[in-house]
Design a protein around this ligand. Structure first.
Ligand code: FCB
Length: 455
């Protein structure tokens, strides 16, 4: 199957294949070696927040199994590994003193990747804000913007010479909306005005961090990762189409218009009324600081229904264990749209993958559904490429089964199975397929460059 699949879908020579993780979801070692607490450590301790009552205290124990996990990455043959830095591990209070042991871990991670020929793709903020900053108001407080800029410069100063890319934030919509409006994620606040202020501060801190990183001569390519989806009306009714337009405004245009056009969409501002964020002169200009890449996380589309606040319009479709509809053509649609509507830099799919109820039998996990999910979404990227969209890479979420936020450990997204009792890692069939597919991609690349050299 990988052979005919690889033959069918062509990717440019420099296209980057990878897998992704995040610090809080895999590292564990929550209080080891001087690490400070994060808002996710605190959130997990609050009763009722995590479906299985679990926490990130141990997770995949990646912090103590670094070398083994690096070898696992190498065995897959990926070009790149996307990981995030736990801010409170390297700067326990979110400002002031740096923790040399925490920095040492990422030093070893980056060097270990390079030694194995894997490009480090670093994310600065995959949600685990230092608790000490939350105590001062967190992302709702403008001062956190400057703290983040200092943190970004500190990381670049320590690791930047060895990084391929630096991503400022992972999924600002999720931090703002799920963390501060619906409250299902840390820090668990429920206020729309606060959420929109947070979204503005995240975008502002992104732009100002890019500016500061460039001023200090960062060698990494710089960008952000957005969670985007096409918003389709559940029916053709006027009400559903209006709802779809608003959801598109809140999820896609709010972020993309700000980043690429320097203004929030007027219809969304009107909808928000008094909940719109406070801005200062110069903010929007800072937010449009040019990026070297745009990262997109894609899992499913949105189905907007005016009669159903939960948009449960996906009934009757194939869904993953998260209940998310499997809709690969939405990825092609989204990439074409971003290319058409915005002056986007080269785009990466920085996360794409699926949770299914896996069973480990005799050392194998036959996760055919996940393999099909990944293959169909890779085909969707190839389709966008064929239609002229500049795509730079694709990364599977996730390398390992891990702590899936409010869902705890019950939802497994890994292409590698983790037995949490023993911490044993087992490559699922999807990982074996991805490994073989990447091997064929490399072989094709090598034969193309040999042919060019012979010309
Ligand atoms: C994304 C997150 C990632 C993971 C996947 C399933 O929203 O960025 O950490 O939880 O969803």
């Amino acid at each position: 199957m990988p052979r005919s699949f690889a033959r069918k879908h062509a990717f440019p020579a420099g296209f980057v294949w990878g897998v992704a993780t995040s610090s809080f979801q895999i590292e564990g070692a929550a209080a080891a070696d001087g690490k400070g607490p994060s808002i996710w450590d605190d959130f997990c301790r609050r009763p009722g927040t995590i479906a299985d009552g679990s926490s990130g205290d141990v997770a995949c124990d990646h912090y103590h199994r670094l070398e083994q996990d690096l070898d696992l990455l190498a065995s897959l043959g990926v070009d790149a590994y996307r990981f995030s830095v736990s801010w409170p591990r390297v700067q326990p209070l979110g400002q002031g003193a740096w923790n040399p042991q925490g920095v040492g871990f990422y030093d070893r991670l980056v060097d270990g990747l390079l030694a194995r020929g894997i490009q480090p793709y670093l994310t600065l903020n995959h949600w685990d804000l230092p608790s000490a900053l939350q105590a001062r108001g967190g992302w709702a407080e403008r001062d956190t913007v400057q703290r983040f800029v200092d943190y970004a410069c500190g990381i670049d100063h320590r690791l930047g010479d060895r990084l391929a890319t630096i991503t400022t934030h992972n999924e600002p919509w999720v931090i703002a909306t799920m963390g501060h409006e619906t409250g299902v994620f840390a820090p668990g606040l429920r206020d729309r005005a606060t959420a929109m202020q947070v979204s503005h501060h995240l975008l502002l801190s992104h732009g100002l961090a890019l500016r500061a990183l460039r001023a200090q001569g960062s060698k990494a390519r710089l960008g952000i990762v957005l969670n985007l989806a096409p918003a389709h009306p559940a029916t053709d009714s006027e009400a559903d189409r209006t709802k779809a337009r608003l959801e598109d405004g809140l999820l896609v245009r709010w972020y993309a218009d700000a980043l690429f056009k320097g203004a929030y969409p007027i219809d969304v501002l009107a909808h928000l009324g008094a909940d719109a964020p406070h801005m200062r002169p110069g903010d929007m200009q800072a937010i449009t600081e040019p990026m070297d890449f745009l990262g997109i996380n894609y899992y499913t589309r949105l189905m907007a229904s005016a009669s159903d606040p939960f948009d449960a319009g996906a009934n009757g479709y194939d869904v993953t264990d998260m209940g998310w509809e499997i809709y690969p053509q939405g990825l092609t649609e989204l990439l074409l749209r971003m290319h058409r509507d915005y002056a986007v830099p080269p785009m990466y799919v920085k996360e794409n993958g699926a949770a299914f109820k896996d069973v480990l039998v005799d050392g194998r996990v036959h996760d055919e559904q996940r393999r099909n999910y990944i293959a169909s979404h890779i085909a969707a990227v190839a389709d966008a490429l064929r239609q002229g969209v500049p795509m730079a890479g694709y990364m599977v979420w996730s390398l390992l089964d891990n702590f899936e936020w409010a869902s705890g450990y019950a939802k497994r997204f890994g292409i590698v199975h983790v037995d949490y009792a023993t911490q044993a890692r087992t490559l699922k069939d999807s990982a074996l397929w991805y490994r073989d597919f990447l091997r064929l991609q490399r072989a094709r690349r090598a034969s193309v460059s040999a042919a060019l050299a012979a010309e």
